[in-house]
Structures are given as structure tokens and as C-alpha cells.
Design a protein. Sequence first.
Length: 47
Amino acid sequence: MAKLYSKKPVAAPNMLPKKETVDFLLNYSKALKIVKTQNGTFENIAN
């Protein structure tokens, strides 16, 4: 049986996110509000 695990993995090229993706994630994180109470944790998206 061939030792497949001995082969070196192919390196992935440098992947950079698009500006739109970064903006979306930053805006989402700004809109996300987490409130901790005695009964649990609530997550709200303020759009």
C-alpha cells in the first residue's frame, strides 16, 4: 500500500478577502449586541 500521507501537501496561494467581504463582517460585528442575563444570553442584530 502506498504511503499517501508522506506526500507534501500542495501549498494554497495567498488568498485575500474582497473589500466588500471585510466591510460586511465589520458592519455585522458592529450591529451585533450580546446581552447576558440571569436566564441566559441573548444575541440581537440591530439593523
